[in-house]
Design a protein around this ligand. Structure first.
Ligand code: ARG
Length: 587
């Protein structure tokens, strides 16, 4: 890597000048018009040896070996400005062109990571809230993999909770399930429409009708105990739901190695619970089995206003509930059992990551603490919740329909396709659903991933879908444009020459893009990659506007342009691939 080469040169210069342990670091220049990299170490070094900073910077510069990589200058107050030579730029460009990962280097120490994202709930329609997890999870997975990590992705469907009981009870009351209970008539086909109707109806009812809720809890328990016919019906419901979930995740380009659900951990629940009991970690509270996970200093008692008021706490970390009063399993139970299952099915897992809404952070704190207390997660294994923010409407509140309902994922996908089609049509492009889906979903993903994961952001489809600016379609369009030029020229051979500022800027944008992968890896985020891809696309755009590639008469120059185009395409394609954004051949 060029950056390391520069740092070596600077460190050698320090040694030559008699400055010990300098550990010189360079970073991209804050003033790219003036230089490519800068080094700010002279300030600290001067303090250490009690000399004038500018003098130190000058001494270092004067001691740099004559080389073919950089030209260096010390400037006030004490910066060292570094410019890459034409030769260095050309070396970078030509190497990136031929190396497998376009100049990106795999990590030496790689990790084994299980990623838990997606998390759609069976029997409920997917909605807006289910959009971010597959988008972010898929991107992070691809990012880890490109650096060489071994990643196993698990969709972890929500399929063991109250929604199952609610839906089944509602269907039963609607008379749909008679066959299973009486054995009379024909086996009914349970359709998605039935589920879409039954769950919301039951969910609303449970808030008003205590009796109904109690019955639904009973049915849930029966399903969890695999009692018939409840369990058979459950499996049918699950099947219908999962086929729809697969379709949606497919459209969003989210892929999973494991299509497990909470239910797959059910076999591990008894053992997991026993581990807690044996270690004396559980206690009974109002019939439920709970584990205290609060740590010292967290549970700060608040003064009571009246003596009979229950004790309240500041920053309370409530106990995790393993078993409900009726013996049913809860969300925490299946998550804990799933960690047991994961550690038994896979050896030496370094980290388990959960890409789940910020609002579940307390749940994950409880689950993680439980798994550490019980030893279900071995020492040294990281359990991480990567919490994401909410997608808001223009009013800053969670995005809803005009009538105040949450929006179904299906409707969002259709909206993306429709809007992308309109856009393409107005540009005179013939549109298929497949093309519109690639662009619509690409726009959504780029719009999402451009933000910091933890922050809320405003869902603004028109902005995401613009063909100019920091958007997915802009970058897809840049690549499509390169394709169309490459289809028209037939030049072979040659090498990339960097002769003017536009070309220089492209190489620097590539170096920054390569660095962005590293930043994203450190931060577990993808926004730096979005930004750097945009910067490269826009550097290409400037180059394209100033150069007549097809009409260039100088053969070597033309060959160089073609290779530079191929390089930009390769880099953008790789970045978009990591972001999980597809590239249409033309648009
Ligand atoms: N099904 C959950 C929900 O919709 C998300 C699952 C997240 N993953 C997990 N292991 N808890 O809220």
């Amino acid at each position: 890597m060029i950056k390391e080469e520069i740092e070596i040169l600077l460190n050698e210069a320090c040694k030559k000048a008699g400055i010990q342990d300098a550990e010189m670091k360079v970073s991209f220049s804050n003033l790219p018009e003036i230089c490519d990299y800068q080094c700010n170490n002279a300030f600290a070094l001067a303090k250490k040896v009690g000399k004038n900073p500018l003098e130190i910077a000058e001494t270092i510069v004067n001691n740099i070996e004559v080389n073919e990589i950089i030209t260096v200058e010390a400037v006030k107050p004490a910066f060292i400005n570094i410019k890459l030579s034409q030769k260095a730029l050309e070396k970078v460009a030509n190497e990136c062109l031929v190396t497998e990962l376009g100049g990106l280097e795999k990590h030496q120490n790689t990790k084994k990571i299980i990623m838990d994202y997606g998390g759609a709930n069976v029997a409920k329609a997917l909605h807006m809230g289910h959009l971010r997890s597959p988008i972010i999870g898929e991107g992070l997975k691809r990012l880890y993999r490109i650096f060489g990590d071994e990643v196993i992705s698990d969709v972890h469907l929500g399929d063991w909770g109250l929604q199952m009981g609610l839906t089944e009870l509602q269907l039963k009351e609607d008379g749909v399930l008679d066959y299973y209970f009486t054995g009379k008539g024909k086996e009914p086909e349970i359709t998605l429409d039935m589920l879409n109707e039954a769950y919301p109806k039951a969910s609303a009812r449970k808030n008003e009708d205590k009796e109904f809720l109690a019955q639904a809890e009973e049915v849930t328990l029966k399903i969890q105990k695999k009692e018939e016919p409840y369990f058979t019906i459950y499996k049918k419901i699950r099947e219908v739901s999962v086929s729809k979930i697969k379709q949606h995740y497919g459209e969003l380009g989210a892929t999973f190695d494991l299509w497990y659900g909470e239910s797959d951990a059910s076999e591990y629940i008894d053992r997991a619970v026993n581990l807690f009991v044996e270690k004396g970690l559980t206690r009974e509270s109002e019939g439920a089995l709970i584990v205290d996970v609060a740590r010292e200093g967290e549970h700060i008692p608040l003064p009571k206003k009246t003596p009979d008021e229950p004790q309240r706490y500041k920053n309370p970390m409530p106990p995790a509930i393993l078993k409900k009063h009726n013996g049913a399993d809860l969300y925490a139970t299946t998550d804990i059992a799933t960690i047991l299952m994961r550690n038994e099915n896979h050896n030496n897992v370094d980290e388990i990551q959960y890409i789940v809404d910020n609002r579940q952070s307390q749940h994950f704190t409880q689950v993680f603490r439980c798994c550490k207390l019980s030893g279900i997660s071995p020492e040294g294994q990281s359990l991480t919740h990567i919490g994401y923010g909410t997608m808001n409407g223009a009013d800053g509140k969670p995005f809803k329909t005009r009538s105040g309902d949450t929006i179904k994922l299906e409707d969002i996908i259709n909206m993306l396709v429709e809007k992308a089609s309109e856009k393409l049509k107005s540009n005179g492009v013939e549109v298929s659903r497949d093309l519109a889906l690639k662009i619509g979903v690409g726009a959504m993903k780029f719009g999402d991933l451009s933000n910091t994961i933890a922050k809320d952001y405003v869902f603004d489809l028109d902005k995401f879908l613009a063909f100019e600016g920091k958007t997915g379609p802009y970058i897809q369009y840049t690549v499509a444009r390169i394709n169309s030029i490459l289809n028209k020229v037939g030049v072979e051979g040659g090498k990339i020459q960097i002769q003017d500022k536009d070309e220089h800027d492209i190489v620097m944008a590539i170096l920054k893009l390569l660095n962005a992968y590293e930043i994203c890896y450190q931060d577990r985020s993808l926004n730096a990659l979005c930004l750097a891809s945009y910067d490269l696309a826009s550097a290409f755009s400037t180059f394209y506007n100033n150069h007549h590639i097809l009409n260039e008469q100088d053969k070597e120059k033309k060959a160089s342009y073609v290779l530079l185009l191929k390089l930009v395409k390769k880099e953008l394609a790789q970045a978009l691939n990591v972001l999980g954004i597809e590239l249409p051949e033309r648009m």
